[in-house]
Design a protein. Sequence first.
Length: 232
Amino acid sequence: MDFNDIPVERLISKQYAAERQRTINPNRAAKRVDAGINEGDTIYLTVADKNGNMVSLIQSNFRGMGSGMTPTGLGFVLQNRGELFALDPEHFNVYAPNKRPFQTIIPAFVTKNNVPYLSFGVMGGGAQPQMHAQVIMNMIDFGMNTQEAGDAPRILHSGSSQPTGSEMTDGGYVSLESGFAVETRRALLKKGHVLRDVSGAFGGYQAIRYDANNKVYFGASESRKDGHAAGY
C-alpha cells in the first residue's frame, strides 16, 4: 500500500461485493472478468488453549524448496516469493526496493458476533482463496459441520490473470473432484466452462471451531493429505 492508493474500505464494503456479484452470469462462463478497480509447498496449523486463545498460522517456501538457501544451523529454507514480482517496469507489481511480493498465504480467522468462531486454513497456492470461500459456504449455506466442510468435494479454477502481468482471455478451466455428479459436469459444459481433470491440487484443510456457549473446541483435519486434529 506504500506504492499505490488502495481503497480498502470500498473493497470490503457490501456495496462493492454486490457490484462484483453482478459481473457473474450463472448461466454462462466468462472469458474474463476485469478487475473491479484498476488503479512451494505450504504447511498450515492452528492451535487453541484453555483460555480461549486461538492462533492461525501458515508457512510457505513458495516453489519447491524455495530459494534453496538454508541459514546455517537453523534448519529451514528461505522462501522465493520474489518470483511473483513482475519485470515490466510499467507494471504496478514491478520488482523494486522496499516492496513485498504478491503472495497467496492466508491464515484465516472468523469471528461471529465479535467472538472468535473459527481458526482455519486451506494450503494450496492459488487454490487457497477459492477453497477458503468454499469451506465457509459449506458451513453457512449448506449447514455442514467443521469436518464435513473440509471433506466436501471442491472446485478449482485455473488460468486466472497473474500478478506478474499475464491476463486471462480464454476463461481458463475448471476442475472438479470426483464427488460431483455427471449431470453437474454436463451442466457446466453447456454453460461454456472448459473442464479438465487434475489431481492433488485441491488444497489441504485444518480447522478449529469454538463453541462460545459451551466453551468447547471442535477440531477438523484434511482427509486428502497428511495432518490430524488432536485434543489435550
